[in-house]
Design a protein. Structure first.
Length: 94
């Protein structure tokens, strides 16, 4: 299975796209304080797995999904399994 690594160029492109979207909405954001602290408690085991192996969390391409789909045995009720998997990988990214 071939995973696509997130490059710095992809990150910059995504941030630029987000900024353009905010400009289209004509939204101004004012930071009024510190960001809330994240959840405390049990650390994310999946994030730890990627960190311990010094691996980048992949972006799930259509080609990679075709190979991974047969391995997914859990089918979420009312949700697209690919969308759920992409969401999990998104949440694992630092």
């Amino acid at each position: 299975m071939r995973w696509r690594r997130t490059s710095e160029r992809d990150i910059i492109r995504e941030r630029t796209r987000q900024a353009e979207f905010m400009d289209m909405l004509d939204v101004e954001v004012t930071v009024v304080g510190d960001a809330p602290k994240g959840r405390t408690g049990q650390p994310c085991a999946l994030a730890a797995w990627f960190r311990e192996r010094n691996r980048t969390v992949p972006i799930l391409t259509d080609e990679a999904w075709e190979k991974a789909a047969p391995l997914i045995t859990y089918k979420p009720r009312g949700g697209d399994p690919k969308l759920v998997t992409c969401g999990i990988l998104y949440k694992v990214r630092p």
